[in-house]
Each structure stands twice: as structure tokens, then as C-alpha cells.
Design a protein. Structure first.
Length: 181
């Protein structure tokens, strides 16, 4: 945008061309990137923002954004959108999800969607008769499994549903590929 930035960009291009910056395999290659003054940036319509997150209506609803505009600058929404798109590794998601201030149900739905439920097997019912019971049964962490997430809330059915303690109803968490709407 100013002369200093233009000079920095040109210096970086020379370093890349000489092989001292970036990947050495680009050494000696022509750089086709043009350095031009910045022009105004216009944000696309809201329905384009965090597209994969908005297409997963259940997860989007659990996140309870007051306004869709809140998505624009939320780094957690950006990360979730990337994982729903298929970017990032399962291991990275498992590490990152504990750091997010999300409702349990949102974390569970995200893990179920992205990982197909892998890592959630640490939650095992004490008594299998409680699995389909309309009232929550006692649950413990499975002793042989390493801790994957810090969420320790009763999960009632292991087939395709989990109990959303906040809304007190059942939500479908059957694993799917990235949603397309």
C-alpha cells in the first residue's frame, strides 16, 4: 500500500528467485506474481462465509451465533469450517477441540462428523440397559483408552444418536462427508 511495502515485496521476490527464501526448487524460475497497489476489499455475501459450517445446520445451530456476521472474525468458526471441508488432520482436531469454548454437543457432533466417532469410544456405559433409556444412565471413562477430549457428559446411544443435555432432546450425529447444500 505504500512505498515501503512495495520495496519489501520486491526484495522477497528476489530472495525467492535466488533460492534463499521459500523452496529451493524454485531457484532461477520466473516469478509471475505482480506487485500492485492494494485495491478495496469487499467481503462476499454472508451465505458464502464459512460455507461448510453453515451447510451443517445441526452444528451451526448448536454454536448459537447471535448474528451471521459473527462468523466473519471468529477463528474457531474458521477452524471448524476447514475441518468440515476436509482440511487438517484428525490428530490436529483432537488436540484443538479441547481448547475451544463450545457446548459439549457441538464438540461431539464435530468429532462424529469429521472423525466418524473415532476417539469417542472412551465413553462406555456401566450398564448397557441404560443406553436406550430415556433418562441418562451412569457413565465412566473407559479405563483402557487414552483420554482424547475433556468432555465427560453422558452419551446415551452409540448407534447414531447422542443426548444433548442442553436442549434435552436427541440429535442425529451419523457421520457424513462434508455437507453440500
Amino acid at each position: 500500500n505504500d512505498e515501503e511495502q512495495r520495496l519489501e515485496a520486491e526484495a522477497s521476490m528476489q530472495l525467492v528467485a535466488s533460492g534463499r527464501l521459500g523452496q529451493e526448487r524454485f531457484k532461477g524460475m520466473d516469478i509471475l506474481t505482480q506487485i500492485a497497489p492494494a485495491t478495496p476489499f469487499y467481503i462476499a455475501e454472508l451465505y458464502h462465509q464459512k460455507y461448510f459450517l453453515q451447510c451443517n445446520r445441526m452444528l451451526f445451530g448448536l454454536l448459537k451465533y447471535e448474528r451471521r456476521e459473527d462468523l466473519l472474525d471468529d477463528p474457531v468458526a474458521t477452524s471448524i469450517n476447514g475441518y468440515l471441508h476436509g482440511s487438517g488432520s484428525v490428530g490436529a482436531l483432537m488436540e484443538e477441540v479441547d481448547q475451544w469454548a463450545l457446548p459439549f454437543a457441538a464438540k461431539f457432533v464435530l468429532l462424529q462428523h469429521v472423525c466418524g466417532g473415532r476417539g469417542l469410544e472412551k465413553f462406555r456405559p456401566l450398564d448397557e440397559s441404560h443406553v436406550e433409556n430415556p433418562l441418562p444412565g451412569p457413565f465412566v471413562e473407559h479405563p483402557r483408552k487414552a483420554s482424547v477430549t475433556s468432555i465427560a457428559t453422558p452419551i446415551r446411544s452409540w448407534s447414531q444418536r447422542s443426548f444433548d443435555k442442553i436442549e434435552a432432546d436427541y440429535i442425529d450425529v451419523f457421520p457424513r462427508k462434508a455437507a453440500r447444500c
